[in-house]
Design a protein around this ligand. Structure first.
Ligand SMILES: *Cc1c(COP(=O)(O)O)cnc(C)c1O
Length: 453
């Protein structure tokens, strides 16, 4: 047992229910608000774009929610995923720490995102929906949804941020290979898109704009719903399959983590990995467990944002969510970790950060690429630039252990591979990668425009 590199589970051992952290919170989460009235929104406000099953999961107080059999069946195409002991990285760092990672990059689209895409498409199909719309930045979420829609026979329409559409054609081709229709956003197909184009015909687009377009498309077509790849409670719920498997694998290994790490864009891979362990911390059984969220200095939501109600999109059409935010009109610098350029974060994760259960750190892109290459040259996997933020944190914590002589157990969610990000690696290897720190004054400007509630 002690010498195994991969700790694996059989398909029979794959968890049969997701873990819902809502009933275990020390106090209730602040509800989403209707921006017009300032009152909490009811489920009926969401029915034009989400199926009832997902709306109910969003507010469920059930601790365990059964994973439907057809979803489990699709999961087995790549799940359970291995928990891998990074012995070669440990040796290279000369650290007494034990490093483990959960490898989510082996899914067909290459990241953790299909864990929720498959579930969301299943519930929409059950509700009779024929087509799903969504937005995508770098293309990870769009490809996960295109993949899942194909497996369940639904159509998919993806609004892809225009700069990515032009700079990253291969993710688009991957989505189209699974049958998705992909538009560069802003488009002239929605009011939201047309309004942006009127002001700036050459708009490079943003995630916030693409969200507005995808929601409008879904809300104005009866057979069509919208699907979001992160942030919402039900998305984090579906991702807990990662942490539940990891927990079972740690039990097999006879170990338990001292430090958990994940990168944070909207918070889904981090939360899905960490929440099943956070449950133990909230119960007081693992008071010393440290849980660290890693984000870019170019989009420092948890480390520099404000905990306040804000819109989820640029056109200000979504309900108001209580979260750490940089302001919904915040446009981050074009760093390569496209999946981490969101102005807000999941309300659940933000709440736990506010309560002091979760810590946060921020990094520039050069040190994260340095960590990524250390990982690639020891463990062999070339990680997504998003994932590299977590790896930077892990290496820094392992080096602290070297200095102190402590044999801590450090585990992280290795959320995806970087095979579509070779342009970024090329720039880094050529020494041409700029570092961005979002100016404090700009953040304050954006925050001054937060909605008043
Ligand atoms: C999308 C993405 C992220 C960031 O999204 P979260 O919802 O914060 O997990 C991180 N890593 C990879 C590989 C991604 O594709």
């Amino acid at each position: 047992m002690m010498d195994e590199t991969k700790i694996t589970l059989t398909e029979q051992e794959m968890p049969k229910a997701w873990y819902n952290i809502l009933p275990d919170l020390p106090r209730p989460l602040d509800p989403p608000l209707n921006p017009a009235t300032g009152q909490p929104i009811g489920p009926e406000a969401l029915t034009p774009i989400f199926p009832m099953a997902l709306i109910m999961q969003e507010v469920s107080q059930e601790r365990w929610i059964e994973i439907p059999e057809p979803v489990r069946k699709v999961y087995t195409l790549w799940r359970p995923t291995p928990l891998i002991r990074a012995r070669r990285l440990e040796q290279a760092l000369d650290t007494p720490a034990k490093i483990y990672y959960k490898w989510e990059g082996g899914s067909p689209p290459g990241s953790h995102k299909p864990n929720t895409a498959v579930a969301q498409v299943f519930y929409n199909k059950e509700a009779g929906v024929k087509r799903l719309t969504t937005e995508t930045g770098a293309g990870q979420w769009g490809s996960a949804l295109a993949f899942a829609c194909r497996l369940f026979g639904l159509e998919s329409t993806v609004y892809m941020v225009r700069v990515s559409y032009e700079q990253k054609p291969y993710r688009r081709v991957l989505m189209e290979s699974w049958g998705a229709t992909v538009f560069p956003s802003p488009t002239d197909k929605t009011n939201a898109g047309r309004n942006i184009l009127k002001a700036d015909p050459n708009s490079p687009g943003s995630l916030g704009i693409a969200i507005s377009e995808a929601i409008e498309d879904a809300a104005t077509h009866d057979d069509t719903n919208y699907s979001l790849g992160s942030v919402l409670n039900h998305v984090l719920l579906h991702q807990t399959i990662v942490g539940l498997e990891a927990k079972a694998q740690f039990e097999k290994a006879g170990d338990y983590p001292d430090i958990l790490v994940g990168c944070v864009g909207g918070g889904s891979n981090f939360s899905g990995f960490a929440f099943p362990f956070v449950q133990d911390k909230l119960k007081g059984e693992r008071k010393d467990l440290r849980v660290i969220a890693a984000e870019p200095t170019a989009c420092p939501t948890l480390t520099k944002g404000m905990y306040a109600y804000d819109f989820g999109d640029t056109a200000k059409t979504t309900p108001l969510l209580k979260m750490y935010t940089l302001g919904s009109d915040f446009i981050p610098a074009p760093i390569h970790a496209g999946g981490l350029r969101y102005h807000g974060d999941a309300p659940l994760l933000c709440f736990l950060h506010k309560e002091g259960v979760i810590e946060a750190v921020a990094y520039h892109q050069n040190p994260i690429f340095e960590a990524a290459l250390t990982f690639a040259r020891t463990e062999g996997i070339l990680p997504a630039p998003e994932t590299a933020h977590a790896i930077r944190t892990v290496i820094d914590e392992a080096l602290k252990c070297k200095a102190s002589g402590e044999q801590k157990v450090i585990a992280f969610n290795c959320s995806g591979h970087g095979h579509f990000d070779l342009g970024a690696y090329e720039a880094y290897l050529a020494g041409k990668l700029p570092d961005f720190e979002y100016p404090e004054a700009k953040i304050q400007e954006s925050l001054a425009r937060l909605p008043k509630v």
